[in-house]
Design a protein around this ligand. Sequence first.
Ligand SMILES: Cc1ncc(COP(=O)(O)O)c(C=O)c1O
Length: 448
Amino acid sequence: MANNAEADYIERDAAHLIHPLHNRAAHSGGKVWVAGEGAFLIDANGDRYIDGLSGLWNNTAGNGCRALIEAGSRQLGALAYASGYTGSTNPRAIELAEKLAAITYPNINHFYFTSGGGESTDSNIKMARYFWKLKGKPEKIKVISLIWGYHGVTLAAMSATGINAYWPMFEPRVPGFVHIPSHYPYFYETPEGVASPGIAAANELEQAILAEGAETVAMFIAEPVQGAGGVIVPPDDYFPRIREICDKYDVLLVSDEVITGFGRTGKMFGLEHWGVKPDLIQFAKAITSGYFPLGGIGVSDEITDVMQASGKPWMHAYTYSAHPTGCAIAVAMLDLIEKEDFLGQAAAKGKRLLSGLKAALGDHPHVGDIRGLGLMCGVEYVKDKATKEVFDAAEGIGAKINAATMERGLFSRARGDVYCIAPPIVTEEATLDQIVEILADATKAVLG
Ligand SMILES: Cc1ncc(COP(=O)(O)O)c(C=O)c1O
């Protein structure tokens, strides 16, 4: 419950601010963050919380990282901003693109920068449609994505997002967007006669392409691990089969690496786990660890070659594309990821967190599934573990768990009844163990 300094701020906040996912009633007990130290957030009353979701999955380096602060400050002093429109560029943007070319999938060597994830989704949709027009297939415009996928909430990104709570207030959605079931291993029901749930779930894409007509489908977009949808890790054979289907029907594979990019899963990019190369990628969040709003797309050589040969301008642009300050921070962040072995850290710490969660919560009668890859985990609560019957949404179990963890000093988010955990990669092991203890205690308090 907000009190004293925090309560004063919340009252002033209510007078003028509209928030993402604005909800006046929920916000009245909200937090006011005034400081951060590594993996901890400090509120206006001076109370410390573990930053269980790295801000919004982005702040992998934690707060107070000198290398990022100094890189941003230096660049602000030298050149805070200059246009990145064609005809203008800056050294930091060039360095960032060079570094990305070295670390992304080998077929991806060109980059367009945005201010975040949703703009990156829009940019990839426009890039895919543009590519097919240049290839003489202007009818290839449709976008297929997964239920439980989250790709942002601009009107086009919202239409690709497969969490239906985001739609009704703003419909009609953009036409030409189609959703297929998620591979969701905990709930996916494999049809009879198919040996593997991963192959069966991937084949849903083939069925959708055939139903829509392959000549109308531009791209399939998916997160390597579905994040905001509840940390859903695909079976190992899922993405290799998706790649085959995309190749067979001339459909571009777009990997949304906004959460999985830059080490979160223990690899630099998520599809590396399964040896799959996408045609387009998108990234944001951890590329600056949240110190500056910067995102972007990475484009395959095949698509770039077609674009470069077109001889016409690509009529897509953002004022803050290739922002020198954002790019300077991103360059420093990529150095940090390498120097501090973020990939190795995320893999090792993720293992510790996941095994800790399984040991502490695995036997609980209302914990149906505990899953994760690298340093992103999800704990799924169900009413009946044997039948996987879910709780009535009105019971608000996820929200209650969340409130109970807050009371114990852990700040994160739940998607429905899935509690999501993705702390900064710099989180100390003792703090990871504390996350496990707090969640186990909170679970006991809410569900016995
Ligand atoms: C996978 C993914 N894509 C896109 C987005 C949208 O990013 P933004 O909120 O920066 O628009 C998010 C945000 O959480 C995301 O997780």
